[in-house]
Design a binder for this molecule. Structure first.
Ligand code: SF4
Length: 225
């Protein structure tokens, strides 16, 4: 069984698939405690609801989101499995495999502290590297780097310019620009977009693109969108 926080259809807001309609499966529970975490309901519970669902039930729920346009016949269906931390749940690879077999483009967003090799081939892995201001710097599993390629993405959520400087240095030390797309995404409440943009223009870190969380620009902190 999977422990699910929520399943919904929205737009992809945080990756190179930015702006595309995307369904989200948010799994419950996380092994980290980032100070700026914006999904505490999927981490700690509280006002959040966690529901036990089988893999086929989750897949049926995702399929149901697309029923208005012909269900399985719709092309280009994108689904992201996120959390919380999805790799904590042993059945996440089975969920990915099931969705891939139905023709979905499957993304998994993971916090970078766990081994991504458990995911089946074909999954686009969006792997976070936690910066110092998250309070979880140092948890990144560096062995993951060797498993990543052009169809994966690395994401650094930066809460300050010093985080961005640290992240750029990390990218250089590990030659990440040659490996996969790299995204720096600001914590909107802590680092103004223009401050990071000005730093990006001045510094031009190799292979890095800046992204803002599109869903927050549109809907703020509303859940389920
Ligand atoms: S890894 Fe993600 S879900 Fe877990 S505490 Fe950090 S931001 Fe929150």
């Amino acid at each position: 069984m999977l422990t699910v926080s929520e399943i919904f259809l929205s737009v992809q807001g945080e990756s190179t698939r930015w702006g595309r309609p995307c369904s989200f499966v948010r799994l419950f529970g996380c092994n980290l405690r980032c100070v700026w975490c914006d999904t505490k309901y999927a981490r700690d519970g509280g006002d959040g609801v966690a529901t036990a669902m089988s893999v086929p039930d989750v897949i049926a729920a995702v399929e149901g989101l697309y029923s208005g346009k012909g269900g399985q016949k719709e092309e280009g269906r994108l689904v992201e499995i996120t959390g919380g931390e999805p790799l904590l749940q042993p059945e996440t690879p089975d969920l990915c495999a099931g969705l891939l077999s139905l023709g979905y483009e499957v993304m998994v967003e993971t916090n970078g502290s766990l081994d991504i090799c458990v995911l089946p081939p074909g999954v686009r892995r969006v792997v976070d590297v936690k910066c110092p201001d998250s309070g979880e710097g140092g948890v990144f599993l560096t062995d993951n780097i060797g498993l990543m390629g052009p169809s994966d993405e690395l994401k650094f959520v930066v809460a300050s310019i010093s985080d961005a400087i640290w992240a750029a240095d990390f990218c250089d030390r590990h030659a990440l620009a040659a490996r996969c797309p790299i995204i720096f995404s600001p914590v909107a409440s802590l680092l103004p977009y223009d401050a990071l943009a000005e730093w990006m223009v001045k510094t031009r870190p190799t292979g890095v693109r800046m992204a803002v969380q599109l869903h927050k620009v549109i809907w703020g902190d509303r859940r389920g969108v």
